[in-house]
Design a protein. Structure first.
Length: 432
């Protein structure tokens, strides 16, 4: 029979009484709490009804994995009052009563203030932390690069999972607010609050949160393998595995000091940020498909005299739940061209966005038609709803943005297109 066991239990600061009752129950079953080390460690002994007190130490910190000097001084003060200090973790301090006449460690008002401060500090820190990563990508999604990201299902799943984490942190802050108001009212009414788990909808929300996250991970893995991009799974597995290993194994076992833990956390955060940057770069490149080159619907040679292979080509596509995105760029430069202004340079760049959702189409159109001039004269030539184009030719060519009922075409050509070329482009891209 094992003499030691490890339990992986999680308690919030406002669940101090439930935590103490759990430790007492374990002691009654013959398992006595000894330390925090990758979970709650218990040793086998004689069953006893031991009275525990779980307190929130105001001078503690979330980075504390073991008793710091302030906690040790606090323990000496409590021991004189009849409480034996066992161990501490974060702002939690666990004591066992040594004398029947032991006085409470803190007053009811002090205990409430300590718990409230710790809860708000942790709750707001989690909310800010969950907001830190998605905000730049939400800005990119809604402001700078909506047109291509909206059709990237993997990115959508990741963003939804991030927003779910933000929602969870926000709901937790609202629960802290409700708990704070209720507990304060109880104190003013002369009732000592009980700091325990409320059974109401909290458990159901936790289960729903875990379920939704699990669905998100499964969906992301399915998309990656379904689209044939298994190579990007390795960075993701490395990120998740590295974080889990450090936070749930290495740090809990080593139990570094507060300052050492800060350095470890900064180092881990820096590494994770680099990993995420690499991962999101790979996500952005998901549309690239070099084997698809032979099936490009429109090439420069289809409507110009350019022949042979382009000097440079870039192709890509995305087929998402909200629509499709197609991209192609090809450039031809004669070897004798000396200056960028040489007319021998010719190229084509086009993007096609297809969706059945009008709000997506409207937002893409506003984004792609920005800084262009409406060209009502060529609407019939393009067989479109609306046409915009740049007013003059330049080294970057002439840019067109054409709106159809279910798609948007953005085309950039080295030279202005004539009616015959427009007709060919519409036929090749099936836009008529």
């Amino acid at each position: 029979m094992k003499d030691r066991k490890r339990e992986f239990k999680y308690f919030k600061y406002r669940e101090c009484d439930t935590f103490a009752e759990y430790l007492t129950q374990q002691s009654e079953n013959g398992w006595h709490f000894k330390e925090w080390k990758m979970g709650l460690v218990f040793e086998k002994g004689i069953p006893e009804s031991i009275h525990y007190s779980v307190e929130v130490f105001p001078k503690g910190a979330e980075m504390d994995t073991r008793p710091e000097s302030d906690a040790k001084e606090y323990a000496e003060y409590c021991e004189a009052a009849g409480w034996k200090f066992i161990d501490s973790h974060r702002k939690f301090c666990i004591f066992r009563r040594e004398r029947e006449d032991a006085v409470p460690i803190v007053t009811s008002e002090e205990r409430f203030l300590n718990i409230k401060e710790a809860e708000w500090h942790r709750g707001l820190s989690n909310l800010c932390g969950t907001l830190l990563i998605p905000v730049p990508y939400l800005y990119k999604f809604f402001v700078s690069d909506f047109a291509s990201l909206i059709f990237n299902d993997i990115m959508l799943v990741i963003l939804l999972m991030m927003l779910l984490a933000v929602l969870n942190a926000g709901i937790n802050c609202l629960r802290i607010l409700a708990w704070s108001v209720k507990s304060k009212w109880q104190l003013h009414s002369g009732v000592v609050p009980r700091y325990g788990i409320r059974k109401s909808g909290i458990l159901y929300w936790r289960l729903l949160y875990i379920l939704l996250l699990s669905i998100g991970y499964v969906r992301m893995i399915y998309l990656v393998y379904h689209e044939g991009f298994q190579s990007i799974m390795m960075p993701w597995v490395v990120i998740v595995g590295f974080v889990l290993l450090m936070y749930y194994v290495v740090i809990p076992i080593l139990r570094p000091s507060r300052s050492e833990n800060w350095l470890l956390q900064i180092g881990i955060g820096f590494i994770v940020m680099i990993m995420f940057a690499i991962f999101f770069v790979m996500i952005d490149d998901l549309g690239e498909d070099q084997d698809w080159e032979q099936n490009v619907p429109l090439k420069l040679s289809d409507y110009t005299e350019s022949t042979g292979e382009p000097d440079y080509a870039d192709i890509g596509r995305l087929d998402g739940i909200l629509g499709k995105y197609l991209y192609y760029f090809a450039e031809y430069i004669q070897e004798e061209a000396v200056t960028p202004e040489d007319s021998s340079r010719d190229f084509v760049r086009y993007e096609i966005y297809q969706t059945k959702y009008p709000w997506i189409l409207k937002k893409i159109w506003r984004e792609k038609a920005k800084e262009l001039t409406i060209d009502k004269a060529n609407v019939d030539e393009w067989n479109a709803v609306s046409v915009c184009q740049s007013t003059e030719e330049s080294y970057s060519g002439v840019r067109y943005s054409i709106l159809y009922e279910n798609s948007v075409l953005v085309l950039q050509s080295g030279k202005k297109l004539d009616e015959a070329q427009i007709r060919i482009i519409c036929e090749k891209l099936n836009l008529e």
